[in-house]
Design a protein around this ligand. Structure first.
Ligand code: NAD
Ligand code: TYD
Length: 336
């Protein structure tokens, strides 16, 4: 198979490329990435020289550029990871989220439409909005209505709706996965776990929003990659699959765990995020029953592996936090 992977210089896309080439060395992968602030070519160094890998720097919204890659490569399938992915940035300025996440997805599906190519959309549990903190019995299923809170989740939900429309109207063979919060190597340091690890290592305060009582359902990135690969190969066309590991944790408990593991880090409570979703929790029954998927990495092991990775890859994140990120950090948290 020849597969176009968009957004492969980012966190989950890069982990997916490593996973896929390891599992299916006979496949060819073409990574398309615009290399925004969140994309890092150095992340892809381990695969850059492989004969069955090609990197193309391009914007998924650029129709001409996309048509060119598709006609050159004649792919069998597309997995769309490319997105603006950070909620806080979407609150600052939604416009690029609408452009990349909605328009970009439609451009890619238009390219697939001509030849009826298989299209997988990497979506998020955030399209379901949030759940109450005091109702542990309530979980997101694939039937939960879309009910978004942030410009980010609204743009992802819009893309999901377009995917369903392309399936129904044009018969495009589409699947959608909606995963919970991922953690693991190569995650950009604006996100909770790497931000807290790096701040603790650098002697900076650990900024917890509100009282830190919001709950997220954490999944090790490789488990997400395995789910996507399974859906691509064996998923039912036109279906949505929720992906999550029954691993709900309060933000404050994650941050305390990081402080304990590192033996340092000073927690500070800061102004809450606007519209902050209270709780996410996935019911993964469908993907378990239909595709036999279950998470393999327990949080206690995954978080240790992740912290060790950041300790061992200072070069990777030191370069990142000295770029555009520095200005973003100052806007968000004040001087470091
Ligand atoms: P990320 O921000 O780390 O990476 C996004 C990548 O997309 C970057 O390499 C960036 O350069 C690229 N990109 C952005 N705009 C582009 C454009 N217009 N054209 C081409 N490339 C572009 O994001 P991530 O955390 O790896 O998330 C990947 C996908 O998974 C996203 O679609 C996100 O919505 C979804 N998702 C993420 C999580 C999570 O916890 N991180 C959970 C569920 C779903
Ligand atoms: P984040 O990693 O941004 O993922 P998402 O908002 O997509 O779930 O944030 C995870 C949780 O951590 C979320 O409830 C917001 C909270 N958070 C903080 O408390 N402090 C921070 O500095 C950040 C970035 C997030």
């Amino acid at each position: 198979m020849t597969i176009i992977v968009t957004g492969g210089a980012g966190f989950i896309g890069a982990n997916y490329i490593f996973y896929h080439l390891n599992q299916h060395p006979e496949d060819r992968i073409i990574c398309i990435d615009k290399l925004t602030y969140a994309g890092n070519l150095s992340t892809l160094a381990p695969v850059m020289e492989k004969e069955n890998f090609r990197f193309v720097k391009a914007d998924i919204c650029d129709r001409t550029a996309m048509e060119k890659v598709f006609s050159e490569e004649k792919p069998d399938a597309v997995i769309n990871f490319a997105a603006e992915s950070h909620v806080d940035r979407s609150i600052e300025d939604p416009s690029i989220f609408l452009q990349t996440n909605i328009i970009g997805t439609s451009v890619l599906m238009d390219c697939c439409r001509k030849d009826g190519l298989r299209f997988h959309q990497v979506s998020t549990d955030e399209v379901y909005g949030d759940l109450p903190l005091d109702r542990p019995d309530m979980l997101f299923t694939e039937e939960t209505p879309i009910h978004t809170s942030s410009p980010y989740s609204s743009s992802k939900a819009s893309a999901d709706l377009l995917c369903s429309a392309y399936h129904r109207t044009y018969g495009l063979p589409v699947t959608i996965s909606r995963c919970s919060n991922n953690y693991g190597p190569y995650q950009f340091p604006e996100k909770l776990i790497p931000l807290m690890v790096i701040n603790a290592l650098n002697g900076k305060p650990l900024p917890v929003y509100g009282e830190g009582l919001n709950v997220r359902d954490w999944l090790y990135v490789e488990d997400h990659c395995r789910a996507i690969d399974l859906i691509l190969r064996n998923g039912r066309i036109g279906e949505v699959y929720n992906v999550g590991g029954h691993n709900e944790m309060r933000n404050i408990d994650i941050v305390k765990l990081i402080v304990k593991e590192l033996g340092k880090g000073e927690i500070t409570f800061v102004t809450d995020r606007k519209g902050h979703d209270l709780r996410y929790a996935i019911d993964p029954t469908k993907i378990k029953n239909e595709l036999g998927w279950e998470p393999e990495t327990k949080f206690a092991d995954g978080i240790k592996k992740t912290i060790s990775w950041y300790l061992e890859h200072k070069d990777w994140w030191e370069e990142i936090i000295s770029g555009e990120y520095e200005k973003y950090y100052e806007r968000m948290y004040g001087e470091r």
